[in-house]
Design a protein around this ligand. Structure first.
Ligand code: SAH
Length: 351
């Protein structure tokens, strides 16, 4: 699909036309990744962060939140719960803590692998090649690192502590791929300062980077951040600003599916946050094929507030599972078995 066509879908307002986009995306999804929905148990193991990301509620400058770091045993316990609930993967996510003991994380990964055999995905930010290799050797399978926006000027504004801008993110993703990880990335939709052209470039970048996983969600303002507290100052005038809307999120999910047919695409928690009733289901019918139920202990969940009003923060892992299973059945889809490796990655590796 050409850039101009992507922009015309992104700016399309007619419901009848959009219905065509949803139908195409749903067909491409069925033909390429099937009806199974894979579940990934999300463990938010620490909110300690050294970075200054302007949009994120757990950025280093937010002194109002209590910081935590789960122990190896606590993390392994969550992985065990994920296994008992039938999930094929756990995702270990945290702030980007420069003082993190990288060996601690390697040991945690290898313990999870040996005790549960689950696929392990890391989502812990930017590190050097040796560290990424250490975790890979410990058994980590996948890595999620969103590039957040492909527009370098906007990227630098949102990440004042970035040295080389967004190219650094792209380089890091290529590095992770070379080391042998399945790689995932994504962007936020409706970031103040984001134009339609930028969002179209983001989508084309997904394809160019040959991602195994793509996660997109609406930007949700957080008052204790520089962006959330000064949103007007960053917002573009008139029609050029992309809205952080539910519909725009579906458009990006659908277009990502059409551009990258065999990629794993989750219906994200941010989407469920802006439409609690139906966000996940609609995402799954407009391109998505993955859900990431939260298995973080409830006592920590509310402290991992990257944005306010996050869906599911008071539910236990078991309650999240029951709710999500019901939602999947309600739309006539089935729960995937096994690790749910991206079909593209699996084909390349002869898996
Ligand atoms: N520290 C890790 C994990 C970050 S949290 C890393 O940097 O990769 C995962 C994602 O949440 C981020 O990549 C970002 O896209 C999203 N996020 C952060 N703040 C948000 C906000 N205010 N609204 C919506 N999504 C947000």
């Amino acid at each position: 699909m050409e850039r101009t066509q992507i922009i015309s879908w992104l700016t399309q307002k007619e419901a009848t036309e959009l219905n065509k986009l949803w139908t195409i995306a749903d067909t491409v999804r069925r033909d390429n990744v099937g009806d199974e929905i894979h579940l990934r148990g999300l463990i938010e193991f620490s909110n300690i962060c050294s970075r200054q990301c302007l949009y994120c509620g757990i950025n280093a400058a937010n002194s109002k939140i209590q910081r935590y770091q789960m122990s190896k045993d606590e993390i392994a316990e969550c992985a065990q719960i994920a296994k008992e609930l039938g999930y094929g993967t756990v995702v270990l996510q945290s702030g980007e803590n420069r003082r993190l003991d990288v060996k601690f994380l390697a040991e945690t990964v290898s313990e999870i692998k040996s005790k549960t055999g689950l696929a392990v995905t890391l989502s812990v930010g930017e590190w050097d090649a040796d560290t990424y290799k250490l975790w890979k050797d410990a058994g980590a399978d996948r890595f999620l690192l969103r590039f957040e926006t492909s527009n370098d000027e906007l990227y630098r504004k949102l990440h004042p502590d970035s040295k080389k801008g967004v190219e650094e993110r792209f380089d890091t993703l290529r590095l992770l791929k070379n080391i042998g990880y399945e790689i995932g990335s994504g962007v936020m939709i409706g970031l103040p300062g984001q134009k339609y052209e930028t969002l179209a470039d983001d989508l084309l970048k997904f394809k160019e980077l040959d991602l195994d996983m793509i996660g997109v969600g609406p930007y949700i303002p957080h008052q204790e951040t520089r962006l959330g507290a000064n949103i007007r100052e960053f917002t573009l005038d008139g029609e050029s600003q992309v809205p952080a809307s539910e519909e725009m999120t579906y458009k990006v999910c659908a277009l990502a599916r059409i551009l990258c047919p065999k990629t794993n695409i989750p219906a994200t928690t941010a989407l469920a946050t802006i439409n609690r009733e139906q966000g996940r289901e609609l995402g799954l019918c407009r391109g998505a094929n993955i859900i990431m139920p939260n298995v973080t202990p409830v006592k920590y969940r509310q402290m991992y507030e990257i944005y306010p009003g996050k869906a599911c923060i008071y539910e236990t892992a078991q309650a999240c599972n029951a709710c999500i299973t019901g939602r999947i059945e309600s739309i006539g889809r089935t729960i995937g078995k096994g690790k749910g490796t991206s079909p593209k990655f699996a084909a390349k590796r002869g898996l």
